[in-house]
Design a protein around this ligand. Structure first.
Ligand SMILES: Cc1cc2nc3c(=O)[nH]c(=O)nc-3n(C[C@H](O)[C@H](O)[C@H](O)COP(=O)(O)O)c2cc1C
Length: 221
């Protein structure tokens, strides 16, 4: 198993955290990546540390984030490609956090949006946040669809299959996995997504994983 595959296999959503600060060096690693993404993609992603108010008093059982005090606010200019872009680059940050020994959880619903401390400009939108910190555990493996359930094509190269394998390990809202792939020849792949809440963010996340599995930039259709 290569390093990226290991990271992807070992990443699970973590909802219970230790009361342990993230070291300055690790904060710098995350902030450096965030800055370079913001610059190249014209996003306004921000890491907020030592602030737990967004997770306070959330009574719902599902999705309660316990003891988390750091999060990454995913913000960008309102336009039709924002959700997918935030998914793609948000997951890049998630895997970087995993690489430096931190745990994460994408959070679009179970947080107090009004308590987010990030600066959001008038033409921008906060789509969701990513909880980050030291987990009580590294989380658990969950159920997944199979390759056959998300693949439409009959014949395809090995890299396409690897892309799907990694895509199936990607986080999606409520583990919905509402995506399908079709091989179109050369480096071209069509990614389909059913309609529904968060499916565009999910699709960006899943495309990032797919490219890591395929080990190439895909010509997405
Ligand atoms: C866009 C998005 C939004 C999510 N929103 C929440 C949320 O509000 N609360 C929560 O506890 N988990 C949330 N999750 C985490 C998913 O439930 C989790 O990723 C999924 O069950 C798959 O599990 P895994 O991340 O361990 O692979 C979200 C995930 C994604 C991708």
């Amino acid at each position: 198993m290569n390093n990226i595959e290991k990271l992807i296999e070992e990443r699970h959503s973590v909802r219970s955290y230790l009361d342990k600060d993230i070291e300055k060096e690790k904060i710098d690693v995350l902030n450096n990546l965030i800055s370079s993404i913001n610059e190249s993609q014209h996003l306004n992603i921000q890491l907020i540390t030592n602030d737990s108010e967004v997770f306070d008093k959330f009574v719902l059982h599902y999705g309660r984030l316990k003891n988390c005090k750091n999060y990454i606010a995913l913000i960008g200019k309102k336009d039709k490609s924002l959700e997918e872009k935030v998914g793609y680059y948000g997951q890049m940050i998630v895997l970087k956090a995993q690489e430096i020994g931190l745990n994460t959880c994408w959070v679009a619903g179970t947080y107090k949006k009004s308590a987010v401390k990030a600066k959001i400009n008038e033409d921008e939108k906060l789509l969701c946040i990513i909880a980050v910190g030291y987990g009580e555990t590294n989380g658990n493996k969950r159920n997944s669809k199979t390759i056959d359930e998300v693949n439409i094509s009959v014949e395809y190269p090995k890299w396409y299959e690897n892309g799907i394998r990694y895509a199936l390990l990607a986080p999606t809202a409520m583990n919905q996995q509402k995506f399908k792939f079709e091989y179109l020849g050369n480096d071209s792949v069509k990614a389909y997504s059913k309609r529904g809440p968060m499916t565009k963010i999910d699709l960006g996340i899943v495309k990032y994983h797919f490219e890591l599995g395929a080990n190439k930039k895909i010509d997405w259709k």
